[in-house]
Design a protein around this ligand. Structure first.
Ligand code: PHE
Length: 341
């Protein structure tokens, strides 16, 4: 037994381990219930009485040595781990992550919405994938209107009902009218789709803000005032507006609105093609057929509607010459608007 104690002592003096798992293996090997030192303790019981004293104390020393060596190994390993954690310099500046910017269309949309909000309009939104009724039929489009042609509208399905990408956000106005009785005062921002060849001046999708006000005794004069206030807040207090007669199936009478060209101040330049005016929106009094179709009594209520393209307003404000820039997401283009708002 003495030989064995010597051998294990020698082993323990040279104990080494580089991972916590290896230390644990050593603990099991020497100190666990089935370990070598426990085995010696069992053998100890059958040692002759006269040797018990000497062997007993040697055995105890051995056990203490093993406990000490293994816990020393454990400590030095965890100290190493702490050291490697402190290699991280917590005071170092982080790698800067470049900030993006707001898209110019979002900037202009938000500005438009806040102008209308200041006049009491709330925001209404609806789906981009629509059915025929919300986009066309409810809005008094005749069955043979060209907008119902595949060349103008993206159809998703034509059977049993027409499902299509909305061509204007007037569909949202319909959705509000069919569920709500007047007074209704909403603006509807959103993306719309038209089947156009993509060029600098046209795209197959763009964005609109449309407005609708329905109540008792709403007149064309109310419409004109709201649009004048909008134009002045958007383009400056000197801005003038002009309404020209026009046609939309869902409004009667209908008009298109121009604002005085802010490049030449109305004198006439290349931008306004010498006229001093640039067109910005379509508008009119909601056709009684539309109110009736949406469950609102045209004998009691009247209303106006208007609609404009956010790209167009953005172009007028920031003179962006190519519509395609809005959807290419070139950061150099987007960063030009950093300081814009
Ligand atoms: N919906 C029309 C369009 O997309 C715009 C419009 C809205 C015109 C409301 C008149 C009244 O072109």
């Amino acid at each position: 037994m003495l030989e064995k104690i010597k051998a294990i002592t020698a082993e323990l003096e040279n104990l080494n381990a580089t991972t916590p798992e290896a230390v644990e293996q050593l603990r099991i090997k020497y100190l666990s219930k089935k370990g070598e030192i426990s085995a010696l303790m069992t053998d100890f019981r059958s040692v002759p009485a006269e040797m018990k004293r000497e062997l007993g104390s040697k055995l105890n020393d051995l056990k203490n040595l093993a406990t000490e060596k293994i816990s020393a190994l454990k400590d030095s390993l965890s100290a190493q781990a702490d050291n490697s954690a402190s290699d991280i310099d917590l005071t170092r500046t982080a790698t800067p992550i470049p900030f993006g910017t707001r898209h110019p269309l979002s900037l202009v949309k938000n500005e438009m919405l806040s102008i209308f909000a200041s006049m009491g309009f709330t925001i209404a939104e609806g789906p981009e994938i629509e059915d025929d009724w919300h986009v066309f039929s409810s809005l008094n489009f005749p069955a043979d209107h060209p907008a119902r042609d595949m060349q103008d509208t993206f159809f998703i399905a034509r059977n049993p009902v027409d499902v299509l990408l909305r061509t204007h956000t007037s569909s949202v106005q319909t959705r509000v009218m069919e569920k709500t009785q007047p007074p209704i005062r909403i603006v509807c921002p959103g993306r719309v789709y038209r089947n156009e060849a993509i060029s600098a001046r046209a795209h197959c999708f763009f964005h609109q803000v449309e407005g609708l006000y329905i109540d008792k005794n709403v007149s064309f004069a109310d419409l004109k005032q709201v649009l004048l206030q909008f134009a002045r807040q958007m383009f400056g207090p000197e801005t003038k507006i002009r309404l020209r007669p026009s046609y939309f199936p869902f409004t009667e009478p209908s008009a298109e609105m121009d604002i005085s060209c802010d490049i030449c101040g109305g004198k006439g330049c290349a931008f306004c093609k010498g006229t001093g005016w640039v067109e910005i929106l379509g508008c009119g009094m909601v056709d009684p057929n539309v109110l009736r179709e949406c469950g609102i009594d045209p004998e009691i209520y009247s209303g106006y509607a208007f609609g404009m393209g956010i790209e167009r307003i953005t172009n007028l404000k920031y003179k962006v010459k190519d519509l395609r820039l809005f959807s290419e997401n070139d950061v150099r283009f987007l960063h030009e608007f950093d300081a814009a708002k």
